[in-house]
Design a protein around this ligand. Structure first.
Ligand SMILES: CC(C)(COP(=O)(O)OP(=O)(O)OC[C@H]1O[C@@H](n2cnc3c(N)ncnc32)[C@H](O)[C@@H]1OP(=O)(O)O)[C@@H](O)C(=O)NCCC(=O)NCCS
Length: 180
């Protein structure tokens, strides 16, 4: 199977949604991807598919988020959702969607990428829990599931603050109270 990773075409959205529905076995991530695509800062170059000669087999979306440091705002990205057709899982498609996506993020100069979910899966790429590093999400997320990778290697430990997640995610969660 020869899978390539590339930007999704607008005509392929329905197929990507079908992949997400099958991967997660529910509608939540389909609704999330639809809502994220509708935001003004949606970047189609970071809406990625893994496709073989016949069909799309996996989908991953990297969306804008920011770290509010108290004195400023640092642009970042959130990888969510990512899903692979169950019939094609464990063949490296998810890994390629992550690695290729992170490379695209690096090329556009974004250093911090966050992800929600599956600590054992994402740690292999260098993601680590964000909260112990002082990067806390704006909604309640189990600490081990909210992870970050520093693509430049010069941000973690130097930047701390509240991570403002895209509104379709933040709107669906419990806000974490601020100290002030
Ligand atoms: C998680 C997911 C995107 C990985 O994609 P994939 O193409 O199947 O994964 P890869 O082939 O790159 O990597 C396979 C490895 O990932 C690990 N892995 C796969 N699914 C995993 C899971 N649910 N939990 C932990 N590790 C997992 C395994 O270690 C596997 O290696 P192995 O076959 O040697 O055991 C895919 O399994 C999926 O769509 N799962 C359902 C949706 C989901 O949970 N998405 C992520 C949360 S946002």
């Amino acid at each position: 199977m020869n899978v390539i990773i590339r930007a999704e075409k607008p005509t392929e959205r329905e197929v990507s949604e079908r992949i997400l529905r099958a991967a997660f076995g529910r509608e939540d991530e389909v609704r999330l991807s639809t809502a994220l695509r509708g935001l003004s800062d949606f970047n189609p170059n970071l809406s990625l598919v893994g496709a073989d000669e016949n069909e799309i087999r996996g989908y991953a979306l990297y969306h804008r988020s920011t770290v509010d440091t108290g004195t400023g705002s640092q642009p970042a990205l959130l990888l969510s959702p990512i899903g692979v057709d169950p019939a094609y899982q464990r063949q490296g498609i998810g890994e390629r969607l992550v690695r290729h996506g992170l490379e695209r993020c690096r090329v556009v100069g974004l250093e911090l990428v966050f992800v929600i979910g599956l600590p054992p899966y994402f740690s292999r790429f260098g993601f680590q829990p964000a909260a112990p590093l002082g990067l806390t999400p704006s909604i309640a997320i189990p600490e081990d599931q909210f992870q970050v990778i520093d693509l430049s290697g010069r941000m973690l430990g130097k930047i701390q603050g509240r991570v403002a997640l895209p509104s379709p995610i933040a709107g669906g969660g419990q806000p974490v109270p601020t100290d002030s």
